[in-house]
Design a protein. Structure first.
Length: 365
């Protein structure tokens, strides 16, 4: 009976261990340095605003670690591949592996497995683990580092559902009050009802909106009807949080919540949907870039060149930072220039995939 050959051989396990070990070591070192610098930057705010030590450690920095690690996981992957592969190349390990009959394509297998492990971890962390951690971290930041928030928006228009629109002149998020509030209902593109009021206030006990000093024009029948009153309760598809601090809100939502929120924003006619769509696509394109940058890293570092490991690391850092810069530029085009968010987020991957294919063919010759 012929036994099947194992999918992973000793050399595969050896490279995967080197890959993951170097990756996690790089993350640990960079995170440690980042925390030291962050503490020195925010120590005055921690003291002046009496932030509890327990909250600083467990609410802020403990949740900062996975966020920061996942944010730059592709960069750490690239650096790890460049570092340990160039070290293997200068110890003649790569030459020995290829001389034993292993093809360059076969050599890539453990690298792709290692990249797959990191990509899977990054996807799960980014979509399900980090969002609830970000909720705690951002809440700490808003409480002790940024201070009280005031909504300065004027002439707020929202679509709550098909044919239902609201307007308010301004919103006071301290008291949860919207001034000069109105509701318009349309049917077949015709106005059938309009409510105008002095203000609307969120009742925290009833969890409902209360409209004050209102009158309603009913245009649905042959004759216009007008009703008025001092107070009326209503259930509207909006919450006080919709008018609170919105920055980084997308980072606090898991995969399902983010998709649902994007659909809800589109239905309500909110303008800033792009930033949420960018976050959604980044959570997929980021882990995928791990494979692309790993291929580039192996292709660059598997050959001995003049300049040694330092030149490998220099070229690697230049490419990795150019990738990050290109990603930032393309997302700006999406937020400011009207580019499709999916295209904007994936353009760097497409471009660097072409570079990866070129370098792979060059290195395998």
């Amino acid at each position: 009976m012929q036994l099947s050959k194992p999918y992973l051989k000793k050399i595969d396990i050896y490279i995967i261990k080197k890959f993951l070990g170097t990756f996690f070591l790089a993350i640990a070192l960079i995170i440690g340095i980042s925390i030291v610098f962050d503490i020195s930057e925010h120590i005055d705010e921690f003291i002046s605003r009496h932030a509890p030590l327990h909250a600083i450690i467990f609410d802020f920095y403990l949740n900062f670690i996975p966020y920061f690690a996942n944010l730059f996981s592709s960069l750490f992957t690239f650096i790890a591949v460049i570092y340990f592969t160039s070290k293997m190349a200068y110890n003649s390990e790569i030459i020995a592996i290829l001389a034993s009959g292993v093809t360059y394509k076969r050599l890539m297998r453990p690298y792709m497995i290692g990249a797959g492990i990191i990509a899977a971890m990054s996807w799960v962390l980014g979509n399900f683990v980090i969002p609830p951690a970000n909720t705690v971290r951002i809440d700490f930041t808003n409480t002790y580092l940024k201070g009280e928030y005031n909504n300065n928006d004027r002439n707020i228009h929202r679509q709550l559902e098909p044919g239902l629109y609201i307007y308010m002149r301004n919103y006071n998020n301290k008291n949860d009050v919207g001034y000069k509030f109105s509701i318009e209902k349309f049917k077949d593109h015709k106005l059938v009802s309009k409510l105008i009021s002095d203000y609307v206030k969120w009742d925290r006990d009833k969890k409902k909106w209360v409209i004050h000093n209102y009158y309603i024009r009913d245009l649905s029948g042959p004759d216009e009807k007008i009703t008025s009153g001092a107070v009326i309760d209503t259930t509207l598809r909006m919450k006080p949080e919709d008018f609170g601090r919105q920055k980084n809100l997308e980072e606090t939502m898991n995969y399902w919540e983010l998709n649902h929120y994007i659909e809800d924003l589109k239905l309500r006619g909110v303008d800033n949907v792009v930033q949420y769509e960018i976050e959604k696509h980044k959570r997929t394109s980021g882990p995928f870039s791990t494979f692309i940058l790993s291929i580039i890293g192996v292709a660059l570092a598997s050959r001995k060149i003049r300049g040694g490991m330092g030149l490998h690391l220099g070229i690697g850092l230049l490419l990795s930072f150019s990738y990050i810069m290109f990603l930032q530029v393309s997302t700006v085009f999406a937020t400011k220039g009207g580019m499709d968010p999916l295209l904007a987020v994936w353009i760097p991957n497409f471009l660097y995939a072409i570079i990866a294919i070129f370098l792979y063919r060059w290195a395998s010759k």
